[in-house]
Design a protein around this ligand. Structure first.
Ligand code: TPP
Ligand code: MG
Length: 546
């Protein structure tokens, strides 16, 4: 059998549905093998976008997302996406081509040591040196990418290896279940929670899965323990519940931090130090139970006293079965925090000013989105407003990156979401900076005939950095730019362009776009002038009073 055919057979056996990417001449054997396979090629306009899409596919499905590129420049374009998958714990396989390795006539033209380049940003990176190694290396790549903690892996398939004849053997996946937590650690956690006065549940990224969501929801409902979420833990448990005390969007000075400071025990489910810390441990005043698939990486701000390591859903279930609600549990301060926060949250939601007020924008998007609608955010200051104010009700309905926190993933991650969930509304929410980092994928979205809505929040600047600049008392400098006419821009790609001219136009326009199958782009001028005052001063003052 031809090695590239075997490679594709191995991918089919792993259940691969899509390969995102841009072939080069070194991938042409692989491309030919793909042509007659069951795998669909999603051709993109930049490898970075293909990588973001593959990673997001992995994040949403738990299956390994696959992307391909040529050698050298194609592979270097994968670097940011690899880091995104790796830090964000998204299972993703990158396949890159390479010049022939047995004999080459082209010197070092385009040749980089891609395998080594990928080493610090992947869990596994290897060159396939013989067709006979394909079966085991593909299986190994998939095994490692999806094992906890999931992440990026890389295989290099050189041109001459792809073209060689090899024996047609494949290795099938073994039957494997995640290990569950040991009974004594469950008992220890139960004792600690029962002894605590004001325990608080914190839900982070690794809990953002279906089974964990179900178990955590039962846990909260049956035990009535209040919970907070990290940005990447949004939606695991319905944030409209009365027991939800807020999202740890800001580093401190928000209501949620008052609750965290008051808790004598934090039950940390699924957060690890890769995501920006939701709280800082200073000394032993506060107890922390770390519940995750993997042991805690110790950090100056994170050193939990107890760990429950194993399948998260199972651990939560096991703790819940043993845990008795205690009469001495005192949640009265948390109630005060909740009341104060709920009083502040509606601020600005009905503000008519234009350009639109961020709080109004978030509230309007929440109003038009059904429970299972997905918002896919790029990186900018609006991410703070959405993470803080948008109450997510189902797992993975707020896709944001608070691990690598890269710009440019907003549109590709929305496109991947639409592929995985064609029947759910998907809105990509981007700044005018981040959007332009992968705006060329509008062509891909139009070609795929996707029904997508993209909001461009236009402040003609790298707003997030402006906000930090102001906060650090620097002079305003170096962060403003011009923009294309976004309506014409999307129309040039074959999509539909819209621009709002008043705040109250947004809801009816989004509703209209939801009924019209097309790639819609809405230019939304936004007013960030009060970000600094509200996020850095007002909230601090208000929360300090609780
Ligand atoms: C690839 C990348 N480059 C730079 C940054 C640093 N950065 C974070 S947010 C931001 C500005 C984002 O601007 P925009 O997308 O317009 O969003 P805004 O904050 O203006 O709403 C920058 C430069 C980053 N996170 N990722
Ligand atoms: Mg901007």
């Amino acid at each position: 059998m031809k090695a590239s055919d075997l490679f594709v057979k191995a991918l089919e056996q792993e259940g691969v549905e899509y390969i995102f990417g841009i072939p080069g001449e070194e991938n042409l054997d692989l491309l030919e093998s793909l042509r007659t396979s069951s795998i669909k090629l999603i051709l993109t306009r930049h490898e970075q976008a293909a990588g973001f899409m593959a990673a997001t596919y992995g994040r949403l499905t738990g299956k390994v997302g696959v992307c391909m590129s040529t050698l050298g420049p194609g592979a270097t374009n994968f670097v940011t996406a690899a880091a995104y998958a790796q830090l964000g714990a998204m299972p993703m396989l990158m396949i890159t081509g390479q010049k022939p390795i047995k004999a080459s006539k082209q010197g070092r033209f385009q040749v980089l040591d891609v395998v080594d380049m990928m080493r610090p940003i992947t869990k596994y990176t290897a060159q396939i040196v013989s067709g006979e190694r394909i079966a085991s290396q593909v299986r190994e790549a998939f095994r490692i990418a999806s094992a906890e903690r999931p992440g990026a892996v890389h295989l290099e398939l050189p041109e001459d290896i792809a073209d060689e004849e090899t024996s047609p053997n494949l290795i099938t996946e073994s039957y494997i279940r995640r290990p569950t937590a040991e009974e004594k650690s469950i008992k220890h956690a139960v004792d600690m929670i029962e002894l605590a006065k004001s325990p608080l549940l914190l839900i982070g990224a690794a809990a953002n899965r279906k089974m964990s969501s179900k178990m955590l929801t039962q846990f909260v409902d049956e035990l009535n323990i209040p919970f907070v979420t990290t940005q990447m833990g949004k939606g695991v448990v319905d944030e409209t519940k009365a027991l939800f005390l807020g999202n740890t969007t800001l580093s401190d000075g928000d209501f949620v931090h008052r609750a965290i400071a008051h808790a004598d025990l934090i039950i940390n489910v699924g957060h690890d130090v890769v995501e920006k810390p939701p709280f800082f441990m200073r000394d032993n005043d506060k107890k922390v139970i770390h519940i995750n698939y993997n042991a805690a990486e110790v950090d100056p701000v994170y050193f939990p006293q107890v760990e429950v390591i194993g399948d998260i859903a199972n651990s939560i279930w096991a703790i819940k079965e043993k845990l008795q609600p205690q009469k001495h549990w005192d949640f009265s301060y948390f109630d005060k925090v909740k009341a104060a926060e709920e009083k502040e949250l509606p601020h600005g939601c009905n503000d008519d000013r234009f350009p639109i007020y961020p709080q109004r924008l978030v509230s309007d998007v929440r109003k038009v989105m059904p429970k299972d609608g997905i918002i896919a955010l790029d990186n900018g200051v609006y991410k703070i407003w959405f993470a803080r104010n948008y109450k997510a009700q189902l797992p993975n309905t707020v896709l944001l990156d608070n691990a690598l926190a890269t710009m440019g993933a907003g549109l590709p991650s929305a496109m991947a979401s639409k592929l995985v969930y064609p029947d759910r509304p998907v809105i990509s929410i981007c700044g005018d900076g981040g959007f332009m980092m992968n705006s060329q994928e509008l062509e891909t979205a139009v070609r795929l005939n996707q029904h997508l809505i993209i909001l461009i929040l236009r402040d003609d600047a790298y707003g997030m950095i402006k906000w930090k600049q102001a906060n650090m008392n620097f002079e305003e400098f170096g962060l403003d730019y011009g923009n294309p006419d976004y309506v014409k821009y999307v129309e040039a790609y074959g999509g539909k362009g819209h621009r709002i001219k008043a705040a109250d136009e947004l809801i009816p326009l989004i509703e209209k776009c939801m009924q019209d199958h097309a790639v819609h782009l809405i230019d939304v001028p936004i007013d960030y002038s009060e970000n600094d005052e509200i996020l850095n001063n007002q909230l601090r003052k208000l929360s300090a009073k609780v």
